[in-house]
Design a protein around this ligand. Structure first.
Ligand code: 13P
Length: 232
């Protein structure tokens, strides 16, 4: 079943989260997941929707100001977490090692995990794409193995929030490469919208999507879910 996840990033407090959840009705045949900011998790959990956090720490508890642990997420009913988003790698010093530790701890506590990988434009243009992906994926694979609660999100950094998307062919190639290293479902992320969702989701090896901007609006997120459902 295709997984269509909305990563809300730093958008929507509890009030807006409740408003979204009250009117969002995903179609059958796909799994829709909402990833609100930490303070809005419990508001989202008042609804029937599946809810993931946007990050999770590797320790159960401790002196880690500003972090949230897997047991804390489990306690409030969160089903999973994103780890290693490129914005965390770029702005908050996340490394392959910390991403792998976060993924392994979350899986160990029964959470599902969406682990993000992706190359920058510079890396792609200089022929480094496969090397970069390999290093990122092997770090995760060594820590977790091909776990049945793990999915990878391939999010080319140059496509995130830029309006540029990978072509269907670029997505197919990258997803096949990811799976050749770690055989788990692979989501595509990067400027996915209702207009391009059908084409990208129809590619071999594209098992769903991780959506930023277009997941903030109920109508556009629903339209993407419907595009996925029509392919299933
Ligand atoms: P956009 O869909 O806004 O490009 O963001 C993609 C993303 O980063 C999802 O995690």
């Amino acid at each position: 079943m295709m997984l269509i996840a909305g990563n809300w990033k730093m958008f929507k407090g509890p009030r807006e989260t409740r408003e979204f959840c009250a009117v969002f009705e995903p179609p059958g045949g796909i799994e829709a997941v909402l990833c609100p900011p930490f303070v809005s998790l419990t508001a989202a959990l008042e609804s029937e929707h599946t809810v993931f956090a946007q990050n999770v720490h590797w320790a159960d508890e401790g002196a880690f100001t500003g972090e949230i642990s897997a047991p804390m997420l489990r306690e409030v009913g969160v089903a999973g977490a994103i780890v290693g988003h490129s914005e965390r790698r770029q702005y908050f010093g996340e490394t392959d090692e910390t991403v792998a530790r976060r993924a392994a701890a979350a899986l160990g506590h029964g959470l599902r995990v969406i682990a993000c990988v992706g190359e920058s434009l510079e890396e792609r243009e200089s022929g480094q794409m496969e090397l970069v992906l390999r290093v990122q994926i092997e770090a995760i694979a060594e820590a977790t193995g091909p776990h049945d609660r793990l999915v990878i999100a391939y999010e080319p950094v140059w496509a995130i929030g830029t309006g540029l998307t990978a072509s269907a062919e670029q997505a197919r190639e990258a997803h096949a490469f990811v799976k050749s290293i770690l055989d788990v479902p692979v989501l595509y992320g990067g400027s996915l919208k209702p207009e391009n969702a059908g084409e990208l989701l129809d590619e071999d090896g594209v098992d769903g999507a991780l959506i930023g901007g277009a997941s903030l609006d109920v109508e556009s997120f629903t339209a993407i879910c419907q595009a996925a459902a029509s392919l299933s």
